[in-house]
Each structure stands twice: as C-alpha cells, then as structure tokens.
Design a protein around this ligand. Structure first.
Ligand code: PEP
Ligand code: MG
Length: 549
C-alpha cells in the first residue's frame, strides 16, 4: 500500500478564491528554494561555477522575458519586470561572482546573496517592500532550479493535478500550462492576492486558507471550489456525490454562458446594469462589449506601474490609453478612476516611503491633491478623452467634501484652459468612490455627479480587517450586517438625491453577495469580465421581494 492510498478519508475546508470543480490527484508544490539543488551538482572550479551561474541567470532571464511577452495583464507584467530588473542588476550579482572566485559553489553563493536581500525586504514596514521579498523568493527558486537542471517542470502538470502547497507565486502560476480539470488548494493565500485574481480570470478552481493539507503526492482528491472543500481519499459514494454537484455546476455555467450577452434583470423584472472592472486595456482584448452595459472602473494605476520619479506617464500617453478604452466601449459609459496610488498600490518614487500604515496614509485623492502637477496632467488627459465618448471621472478614497471641492476646482481650471486653447472638453461627469466610512455616512454633504461603492476598501475600513491579511479574511465579509447596512445607507441616500450609484468592489461579481447587494438597493454592479456570466445568472435568480439585507 502506498503512502497516498493509506490516507484517511477526510474533508478539509478552505475559502473559494476561484470557483469550479476538479477531481484528481494531489501534486505537492514543494518549492523550498534550493532544496536538493546544491547536493545535485558537485561544486566545480571557480570558472566552472561562474559559467554555471551565468547560464542559470541567462536562462532565468529568458524565462521571465518569455512570460512577460505572453501577458496581457499589466500588473502581472510589472511584477515579473521587477524580477528581471533584479537579475540584470550588477549590484545583486557582482558579490555572488566574487564569492565564486573565492571557491564557493554557485548555489550556495547565490542563495546566500538572495537570502540577505530577502531578509532586508521582509524586515521593511512597507507592504510594498515585503511583497518584493516574495518576488525575490520566487526569483531565487527559479535560478536555483536552473542550476540544478530542474527548471521547467512547472510547465507539465498532470491533466488531473490538484496543486497543493503553502502559497503559489504568481510567476509560478503564469508558467504553468493550465488545463481544464486542474485545481489549486493553498494553506495560505488570500482572496485578493494576485494569484487569486489570475486563477479567477483563467477559470482554474482555487481554494485558499485550507488548514492541514499535508496529504502526500498522489493522494486522490476532490476539489469543490463552490463549497470550499478539498476531499482527500474519497470513497465511491463521495465521488458519486461530487460528480452530481460538478455536473450541476457545469449545467449552471453552460446556461449562464449562453445568456452572458443578454442584459441582466432580476426574476421579478428589475433591470440591473452589469459593468466591467478593468486593470488596463489588455483586459479588454478579445472581449465583446455586448457582455456589459459599460465600464464601471478603470484602475489607471496600470499606466504608472514601475514609472516613479521622472518617468511618470505624460498627458498624450494617458489620453491615448483613455481614448482606446472609450473606443472599445462603443458609446457605453466608461468610468475612469484617477490614480489610486498608495496602500496596496504603491508606486515607488511617487508614493511616500516609510509610512507606518500606508492604508491610512497619503493615498488616493489625498496623494493626488498633494502632487497637484501630476494630478493635473491626468485630469487634462481625461478631459481631452471626454470628447471621444461618455466619460465618468471617478475620484478614489474620498473622505471629506473638501476633497471633492478641491478636485472640482482643478477640473474647472483645466477645462477652462483647454477651452481657451480651442479644444474644449467633451461632456463628462465627476463622481466619487465611497470606500471610506466617513464618506459613506455623510453622502448628502458631497458634491458629485455619481458614486460607486468600493467595497474592498469599505469593508477593510469598516471591519478593521486588512484586505491582504489571510489571518483576518473571515472578518472581511461583504455580507457582514455592518457592511450591508452601510451599503444600504449609501444606496438610499444616493437615490434620495437622484445620484446614480454602483458598486465596483469584488463583492459586485460574487454570486453569493449579489442578492444581498440588490436587496440593499443597488441596481448597478461592476466586476471583472470573467465574473459576468455567473453574476448575471445570480441576478436573474434573485427575487427582490423576500430578501432582507
Ligand atoms: C475597492 O476598494 O473596492 C475598489 C474597487 O478599489 P480597489 O480594489 O482598486 O482599491
Ligand atoms: Mg479601493
């Protein structure tokens, strides 16, 4: 009897990061960097070690460049570009080559250098730098795998692999040739991590926060990322029950997919607008605009990634990007959010370094108003783009009315300057995100043409539960009574003033949350494109009478 077949039949519980089903066998994501690598290769002469390291660095660079080339996701590309830049940085590799000249093996020298760098990043108070520590872990594992001649294995998972481990680096996810039927279960991870976003976008079922996944390689498993369970060593009855749930899920998905391009309305006939959230124009590649009623959120940070200091995007570059999105939308409204830097979206060289708590610091509109020259460039680009389609300019992280008044004054000034130059802006609306509780509770005091609830941040500030913290993820619940009451308050206050209101946080595309959001009074939800078919199905299944918010 093998270790795998000796496993007890048991069900582990996790949280669904990407929905779906997978039945197969456990593949362990053992990625202890360097484990076995040093032993696998005898240390050669200093010249041989230097040659081996050079070859491994070149191979790792080629891997990363290849991965970046195949991506249409600006955020994932920025993360990999950071790794590539580190690899090409002599300050990182020179001390390693110096150690090789002293007789050290390539694995040991490279690992020691990276460990020292990683420790520095990990010790930072800044979330951004701590995240870069994970990227360096990822890079270290890649170079060591090349040294050991073991790179590339990640590309060839068995068709029924359920990849299991502590956490999964986004670059590792990106290099796996994912196929339908595979799945992921992680002991750590969070719903808002980059790898979770990637898994949702590619339709790979994924659970995070699964305690006790110690089952060995080859253990038979059933991943039900609808119920949030990983069933280890199931028996015939478990498999039969799983098959029934999976085929019901497939039927639901097929039906949802068939109606994805139809407008959405509740079972009682109330129309609901379904809008898209995008992180950049790449998210629209190959998408038919008929899928949506417009774009509810463009996160313009994509233009600023890796562009701090003197390299910030200019007015023309921004204008072209905004115009391209309006052209795609083909007359549907497009909501473009001004730069929301800071917190979980740092831009080195632009956001403040060393803030004790960047989520409560100079971020969003606060930073834009503090860096007025940069903000005015973005406003001008937006006002020029407004001539090319129905544009809604949205301001993030607004807490007090004075911020919207200051933005309005800048907008008026830039619009007047454009008009004086003979290029008056087209028609546009100026609205605000409601993601700070102070704004949610005093909507009547603000001047805005529309509002959109940013539930990701609203929940974290209401529940005092960081959006990237796996340990408190259970508290960050969109269905918590406090959250739903505040959403209901915003929807009611907006309706009382005749202000259009939508919601553009992750909850907007979550079929479990949708009935409650509709019951709270919302009639416009914005979400990633991959979420649209199921979200529309959830809207169609909702009877508004009978749901209590
Ligand atoms: C939000 O906070 O809900 C939101 C949509 O903005 P972001 O996730 O970009 O902070
Ligand atoms: Mg936000």
């Amino acid at each position: 009897m093998t270790a795998a077949s000796a496993q007890p039949n048991r069900v582990l519980q996790g949280r669904t990061a990407a929905p779906g089903f997978a039945a197969g066998r456990i593949v362990r994501l053992e990625r202890e960097p360097g484990s076995g690598a040093a032993a696998a290769r005898a240390v050669g002469t200093p010249d041989e070690e230097a040659a081996a390291l050079k070859a491994a660095l070149a191979a790792a660079s080629a891997d990363l460049a290849g991965l970046i080339g195949g991506l249409d996701d600006a955020e994932a590309a920025a993360m990999l570009e950071f790794q590539l830049a580190m690899l090409e940085d002599d300050a990182l590799t020179e001390p390693v080559f110096a150690a090789l000249a002293e007789g050290l093996g390539a694995e040991a020298a490279f690992a020691a250098q990276l460990d020292a760098e990683i420790a520095g990043y990990r010790a930072s108070d800044d979330d951004y730098f701590r995240a870069r520590g994970s990227d360096l872990e990822d890079l270290k594992a890649r170079v060591l795998a090349h040294l050991a001649g073991a790179a590339g294995a990640a590309g060839a998972l068995a068709d029924d692999a359920i990849l299991v481990g502590r956490d999964l680096a986004p670059s590792r996810f990106l290099e796996i040739d994912w196929r339908p039927g595979q799945g992921i279960a992680l002991a750590e991870g969070s719903l808002t991590s980059h790898v979770a976003i990637l898994a949702r976008a590619r339709g790979i079922p994924m659970l995070v926060g699964v305690a006790g996944i110690d089952a060995p390689e080859g253990t038979e498993a059933l991943l039900d990322a609808e119920a949030g369970t990983l069933h280890l060593a199931p028996d015939a009855a478990d498999r039969a029950a799983f098959d029934i749930r999976r085929s019901a899920g497939r039927d639901r998905d097929r039906a949802a997919g068939a109606q994805a391009f139809e407008p959405a309305a509740t079972a009682c006939g109330t129309p609901v607008q379904v809008l898209l959230n995008i992180g950049g124009p790449g998210d629209l590649a190959g998408l038919d605009p008929a899928l949506c009623d417009g774009i509810g959120l463009v996160r313009t940070e994509f233009l600023f990634h890796g562009r701090g200091g003197d390299d910030l995007p200019g007015e023309d570059e921004q204008f072209e990007a905004y115009r391209a999105i309006l052209a795609w939308a083909d007359g549907r409204p497009v909501t473009i959010r001004t730069l929301d830097a800071g917190g979980d979206k740092p831009i080195p060289g632009y956001t403040l370094d060393g803030e004790a708590n960047p989520f409560l610091g100079l971020r969003g509109v606060r930073l834009s108003l503090a860096r007025e020259a940069v903000f005015r460039i973005q406003l001008r680009a937006l006002l020029r783009a407004a001539a090319h389609g129905p544009l809604k300019i949205m301001i993030p992280m607004v807490a007090v009315p004075a911020e919207m008044a200051a933005v309005q004054a800048l907008v008026d000034r830039e619009a007047a300057a454009l008009a004086a130059a003979g290029t008056p802006p087209g028609r546009f609306e100026l609205g605000m995100m409601v993601e700070v509780p102070a704004a949610a509770l005093t909507l009547d005091l603000f001047a805005a043409d529309f509002v959109s609830i940013g539930s990701n941040d609203l929940i974290q500030y209401l529940m005092a539960a960081g959006r990237d913290s796996a340990a408190v993820a259970a508290l960050a619940d969109p269905l918590a009574p406090a959250v739903l009451r505040v959403i209901e308050t915003v929807a009611r206050d907006a309706a009382a003033r005749g202000l259009p209101v939508s919601l553009c946080g992750d909850a907007g595309g979550d079929p479990a949350a949708i009935p409650h959001l509709l019951a709270a009074g919302l009639r416009a939800l914005s979400m990633g494109a991959a979420a649209v078919p199921r979200a529309k199905a959830a809207i169609r299944a909702t009877h508004l009478t009978g749901i209590r918010p």
